[in-house]
Design a protein around this ligand. Structure first.
Ligand code: FES
Ligand SMILES: [Fe+2]
Length: 437
């Protein structure tokens, strides 16, 4: 291994912080009033993750990104600078750019009265300007440009903030950029960007993905190829957990059979599963040895050399408050963005964002896709993804609406959380700290 910085592990024996054990009331998952408070006190104040930088390569390239009732336009101007704007025409308030979420334009023309804007957000032209007495001395450019928002960059993403008083992005992210540096996420490229309309509040999905206590109930097959018990660590408003892959959980611990799921995990990682002769719970050791054996080969793009042994086999799940989580692997990232619906607290948008390390200079064009109806993930994946992954994604997708139904029940007394769900409690406590007056 090189002598570069390495991601610290989590000490499984370190005592977990005591965040109390009271129930968490569930009206926050369906209350329109709470949803309004979230917009003004949470989404408008935090740093939000936006498009990938690689989606905007040349002057005129743009991405439309929606959050709640707002739409934002991220675009590169002729000066090669990327800017972010509210996607709204300053004449009569039409939403300015509609249609494909990623495209390229020489300028933007509003569909209502044809006011046009340059890619740097300045006003380009107004039809019949002499009918506006306000323009007798020329177009007041400083008054008519698009409303700009604050943006910054980290990890290959454009981040945006709607609050002029917010702390710098890197302060908001805390220790995470340093911990994640060895993965070189900024050098990864989009493989898939899929958005799903789900019948649940955004926090239902957020909570479901922030603990592995649900493996046993919702994903029992995972017990055959991973350790359900997570190591957990809180980092300010963010958090992370680590689950070992390539092993087994009870009741499969000590089993003699190397289960098909374990063999699939090996094959998915490029290993020769049939020649494996060890115990089922030790498959991760073979993965470590395999990754070390190939880490110097010229075609290997994953930064195995900068990884600890644990990172070669375990899934590091990072949660960036309030609405982005990612499973981070040396080879890539499976990102989960939870966005609030524009009007309905019982709905949300779930962005599944897959990134991988491509060979330098190569990029497979990634087309963003939106699925309004329920779909089977294994039928809409554009790239070959193992069934051990798609099955889990599907089970999670199928359960959020069921959870939403119960959370609204008058007979539900509030969430009752254990230690393996500490990140859920931490998330809601952090949310409380934003929402309280
Ligand atoms: S609202 Fe855009 S040109 Fe009138
Ligand atoms: Fe899950």
């Amino acid at each position: 291994m090189s002598d570069k910085y390495f991601t610290p592990s989590i000490d499984a024996d370190a005592p977990l912080p005591d965040l109390g054990n009271e129930r968490i009331a569930s009206d926050r998952f369906s209350s329109p009033e709470y949803m309004k408070q979230e917009w003004s006190k949470l989404w408008r104040t935090v740093w939000n993750i936006g498009p990938r930088i690689e989606e905007i390569n040349a002057p005129g390239d743009y991405v439309i990104h929606e959050l709640g009732e707002e739409s934002f336009l991220f675009v590169m101007g002729k000066d090669n600078k990327i800017r972010g704007f509210y996607n709204v025409c300053q004449h009569r308030g039409n939403r300015l750019v509609m249609g494909k979420p990623c495209d390229s334009a020489k300028f933007f023309k509003c569909a209502f009265h044809a006011w046009s804007y340059n890619t740097d957000g300045t006003i380009k032209g107004v039809p019949n300007p002499d009918t506006f007495p306000q323009f007798k001395d020329g177009l007041p450019k400083e008054e008519l440009g698009l409303e700009e928002i604050r943006i910054d960059f980290w990890g290959g993403w454009i981040w945006f903030n709607l609050d002029g008083k917010a702390e710098p992005l890197l302060d908001f992210l805390g220790e995470l950029p340093e911990q994640l540096a060895p993965y070189q996420i900024e050098n990864m490229r989009l493989l898939e960007y899929k958005t799903f309309l789900w019948d649940s509040n955004w926090k239902v999905a957020c909570d479901a993905f922030n603990e592995s206590y649900h493996f046993r109930g919702l994903h029992p097959q995972i017990l055959k190829w991973s350790d359900e018990m997570a190591k957990i660590e809180l980092h300010g408003i963010h958090s992370r957990m680590i689950n070992k892959y390539g092993t087994t959980s009870s009741p499969y611990t000590g089993a003699a059979e190397v289960f098909p799921e374990l063999k699939e995990w090996m094959a998915y990682n490029g290993m020769d599963a049939e020649s494996y002769e060890g115990a089922p719970e030790d498959v991760w050791k073979a993965k470590t040895a395999f990754s070390r054996s190939i880490q110097d080969q010229p075609h290997i793009t994953a930064p195995y050399k900068d990884m600890t042994d644990e990172q070669l086999t375990d899934v590091y799940h990072y949660f960036i408050f309030p609405g982005f989580a990612m499973n981070v692997f040396p080879e890539g990232v499976n990102g989960f963005r939870y966005r609030p619906h524009e009007t309905d607290p019982n709905k949300m948008y779930y962005d599944l964002i897959l990134l991988v390390h491509y060979p330098e200079g190569q990029q497979i064009p990634c087309e963003r896709k939106f699925f309004k109806e329920k779909v089977r993930y294994d039928q809409i994946a554009d790239t070959p993804i193992s069934y051990i992954i798609t099955d889990v994604l599907q089970q999670d997708a199928d359960n959020v609406s069921i959870n939403q139904l119960g959370l609204k029940s008058e007979g539900f007394r509030g969430m009752y959380l254990g230690d393996q769900e500490l990140r859920v409690r931490h998330f809601h406590k952090t949310l409380d700290s934003y929402i309280k007056d």
